[in-house]
Design a protein around this ligand. Structure first.
Ligand SMILES: C[S@@+](CC[C@H](N)C(=O)[O-])C[C@H]1O[C@@H](n2cnc3c(N)ncnc32)[C@H](O)[C@@H]1O
Length: 201
């Protein structure tokens, strides 16, 4: 805490009631609630500061015991502290983002358990297609919009179809060229259907 703020706090320590400080400022709660508070502290206006100086010192018998700091010095000290705080806040935000990027995504809407049950996949022209609900659960649990999903065994492209719907990027491969073509057709057809329904692509 800056010396100036401590000086303000000393007014409270001297036993000046918040109500009195509010009266000198001519405000309902500004002085008690912010100028002399330990948290959410804010700089008094020049006018309030002058009123406080006048009121408190008159009360003390006119020997200028209280708030001897010039307003401009107080303001400069406050600005210096504010800039320092802003710098620290930004540094903290950068660190926090870095930390968040390191954590694997796990969005659990309460559906994730050790046994998953659901209907089988429909016929799409592949021997072993996976159902869309299954990929939807996997992708949405472990990815956020804009993330990139990779399936090295794309088959009929269920992963890509669902990733595309969920706003994720995707890429994949399959050893069988026919399946790659099938996957691309499915993705195109799904996009067309969504655009015809006026859904976001
Ligand atoms: C179980 S299927 C994937 C089905 C897919 N999830 C779907 O919903 O249609 C596995 C796929 O892996 C492909 N595959 C097998 N060996 C591969 C390899 N070495 N490299 C790339 N793809 C391969 C197969 O052609 C097959 O289409």
């Amino acid at each position: 805490m800056s010396r100036a703020v401590l000086r303000m706090a000393a007014v409270v320590a001297a036993g000046i009631a918040f109500e009195k400080a509010n009266t000198y400022c001519g405000t309902a709660s500004m002085a008690g609630g912010h100028y002399f508070a330990r948290s959410q502290w804010c700089l008094p206006t020049a006018e309030h500061y002058a009123n406080l100086q006048r009121g408190l010192n008159a009360e003390a018998g006119g020997d200028n015991e209280y708030l001897r700091c010039e307003y401009e010095d107080l303001r400069r000290e406050y600005e210096y502290l504010r800039r320092e705080y802003e710098y620290l806040r930004r540094e903290y935000e950068d660190l926090r983002r870095e930390y968040e990027d390191l954590r694997p995504t796990f969005n659990n809407p309460g559906l994730v358990s050790s046994v998953w049950q659901g209907p089988p996949a429909g016929r799409v022209g592949h021997e072993t297609p996976k159902p869309e609900w299954l990929l939807e659960r996997i992708i949405s649990t472990t990815n956020n919009r804009g993330d990139l999903v990779f399936d090295p065994f794309m088959g009929s492209g269920t992963t890509a179809v669902v990733a595309d719907r969920l706003g994720c990027g995707w890429f994949g491969c399959d050893i069988n060229r026919e399946y790659v073509e099938l996957a691309l057709e499915r993705i195109e057809a799904d996009r067309l259907e969504r655009s015809q329904l006026g859904l976001e692509l």
